[in-house]
Design a protein around this ligand. Structure first.
Ligand code: SF4
Length: 151
C-alpha cells in the first residue's frame, strides 16, 4: 500500500504555532487516514520548536520569528526529518499545508508580518521537491487522488 506524507495539522494534530489545527475533512483524505496510508509530520515540532510558538516567516535564506529570533536551524532540522520520513516510508507524494514557512508548496508569507503572501515554498516542502517528491496542498486532493490511482 502506497503511503502519503502529510502535514500533522491536516492529520488532526494540534501542532500549529497558535496551538490550533486545520484538519483536512476531505472524504478521500479521511479514507486514506483510516486505511493507515498517511504518515504525519510536523516539521516545526519535529525540528524542536514548542507549541504554541511565535509566528515565523522566511526571509531570504533564513526563517525569523516575529520576536526576532532566528529559527532557521530548527526549520532545517524539521525539513530534514520530513525528508527522512518520506524516504523511509517510500511515500507516493506529500500533502502539505499551504502558506506555512515549513509546509507551503505554492505560497508563503513574505517576511514582513503584514499578512502578505508571495509565491514560494516552505523549507520542508522545498526540500521534498528538490529531492524529487511531488508535493500537493490541501486544495489539490483531486490531483493527488489521480496520481495515487496511477501509482
Ligand atoms: Fe502544520 Fe506544517 Fe505548520 Fe506543522 S509545520 S503546524 S505540519 S503547517
Amino acid at each position: 500500500m502506497k503511503k502519503i506524507l502529510v502535514s500533522g495539522c491536516l492529520y488532526g494534530w494540534s501542532c500549529r504555532y497558535d496551538d490550533g489545527n486545520v484538519t483536512c475533512e476531505d472524504p478521500r483524505f479521511l479514507r486514506w487516514k483510516a486505511e493507515g496510508r498517511l504518515v504525519p509530520v510536523c516539521p516545526e515540532v519535529f525540528g524542536g520548536l514548542p507549541t504554541p510558538r511565535p509566528d515565523s516567516q522566511r526571509i531570504g535564506g533564513k526563517v525569523i520569528a516575529c520576536t526576532g529570533e532566528d529559527v532557521t536551524d530548527q526549520y532545517e532540522a524539521g525539513a530534514q526529518e520530513a525528508l527522512r520520513l518520506a524516504k523511509e516510508n517510500d511515500v507516493a507524494f506529500a500533502i502539505m499545508k499551504e502558506d506555512s514557512p515549513s509546509c507551503g508548496s505554492e505560497f508563503i508569507y513574505d517576511g514582513t508580518f503584514t499578512d502578505t503572501k508571495i509565491k514560494g515554498q516552505g523549507r520542508a516542502s522545498q526540500l521534498l521537491l528538490e529531492s524529487g517528491f511531488k508535493v500537493f496542498n490541501e486544495n489539490r486532493i483531486d490531483e493527488a487522488e489521480k496520481l495515487l490511482r496511477n501509482a
